[in-house]
Design a protein around this ligand. Structure first.
Ligand code: FEO
Length: 387
């Protein structure tokens, strides 16, 4: 597949994977993207997952059309992209390996060699002339690992963006909800902690006039799709709310807390809340829940008291948020406790390390089953969340 007159796609799809990176459900499969740049010299951009080495090498060979590979650019050393670097280096013994200094250290750890005599270090601002085209390297530390570089073809406004702008799903998988749905779950699941790093890279790529984005996962983005992806990354990396509405997350053992959460959702809708996202933390995909927490500016956390604290699914959810730099949100608590409610206090303490969290005072405490009194507490939360 041709991306431009000089860039060919040589990625692969994994349609049998169950969990990406051992934890993310990927019902639409997963793509591992790689590209070949053809000019007076040729450059291959990244490799693919270990299970697809032969398929990838065969695609690279075909894209090269009988020419030799001059460079392999290793933008990211995570194994879904770097597993076949050694096999490539053996197949193309004259090819130089282009990567950041940190990436070469990782190669030594991974392969037992850092390819002495074949190294070209891709440092911030360094360039590699292929002929008519020039590869310009942009350091992108922690997007997603510390060794990451992105690469632009200066003359064409094409950006090889490493993990950034990637998404779950095989290449070209049908997306009823559009690119942003699985891209958002991917971003907050994998890159969300590194918002400041993403912002810094976004500033660096602004002047490059990028019109085509070639990520390591998901589709190549062009035209308005590329513009929209950059706009969303600006919001996501700043931890601002993307959508107007309230996300309600609950855990419930015997259904009483669920009933309260559903009642609160109704009250929010009745007050004109533009969107209410209701999530059962024990049953929903955990990273759909993480995505919703970052998407909306207002959250309600409703949980059973458990072992003198909070129900495990709620504890894990809050920990997932905190690990990802969660901040800048308004939160209300609903707690249930049969004799000594402690969930609200525990949830507040779990969130203590998060910046710019406003906890609204209208807490609702249920003792086993919702009552008229707790109903008016839920009214107070709904009022505070919609005023
Ligand atoms: Fe797609 Fe961070 O690897």
């Amino acid at each position: 597949m041709d991306i431009s007159d000089s860039v060919k796609y040589v990625g692969v799809d994994d349609n049998s994977i169950d969990l990406f990176e051992g934890q993310f459900e990927v019902p639409l499969g997963m793509s591992y993207n790689s590209y070949v740049v053809i000019d007076e010299k040729t450059a291959v951009m990244d490799s693919v997952d270990a299970n697809f080495g032969e398929e990838w090498l065969s695609k690279v060979e075909s894209a090269l059309g009988g020419r030799k590979a001059d460079y392999l650019v290793v933008q990211h050393m995570e194994m879904d992209h770097s597993s076949n670097v050694l096999a490539f280096a053996e197949k193309y013994p004259d090819a130089k390996i282009v990567a950041s200094k940190v990436a070469f250290t990782m190669m030594k750890n991974m392969f037992g060699t850092d390819f002495p005599g074949r190294q070209i270090v891709a440092a911030e601002g360094s360039e590699l002339k292929l002929g008519k085209k020039t590869l310009a390297f942009i350091a992108a530390p922690n997007v997603h690992w510390p060794e990451v570089v992105m690469t632009a073809i200066k003359e064409d406004g094409i950006l090889f963006s490493a993990d950034a702008f990637g998404k779950f799903g095989a290449y070209g998988a049908e997306e009823p909800e559009g690119w942003s749905c699985e891209a958002r779950r991917y971003y907050f699941g994998i890159v969300g902690k590194f918002g400041a790093n993403v912002q810094s890279v976004m500033e660096k790529i602004k002047p490059l006039g990028i019109g085509t984005i070639c990520p390591l996962h998901g589709p190549v983005l062009t035209g308005n799709d590329a513009v929209e992806a950059v706009r969303l990354y600006g919001i996501w990396s700043s931890y601002e709310a993307e959508s107007d509405g309230v996300a309600v997350f609950y855990t419930s053992v015997y259904g009483h807390t669920k009933k309260a959460a559903e009642s609160l959702a109704e009250k929010l809708r009745a007050r004109g809340c533009p969107k209410v996202a209701l999530n059962d933390l024990a049953r929903e995909d955990p990273f759909e829940c993480v995505e919703d927490a970052f998407r909306y500016g207002k959250l309600v956390l409703a949980s059973t008291t458990y072992n003198g604290g909070v129900f495990p699914a709620m504890r894990e959810f809050i920990e997932r948020l905190c690990e990802r730099g969660f901040r800048n949100r308004t939160i209300a608590f609903v707690e249930n406790g049969s004799w000594a409610p402690a969930a609200a206090r525990t949830m507040a303490s779990l969130l203590e390390g998060c910046k710019d969290i406003t906890i609204i005072g209208e807490k609702a405490t249920i003792k086993i089953s919702p009552t008229a009194e707790t109903d008016s507490m839920l009214d107070a939360i709904a009022d505070a969340m919609t005023k």
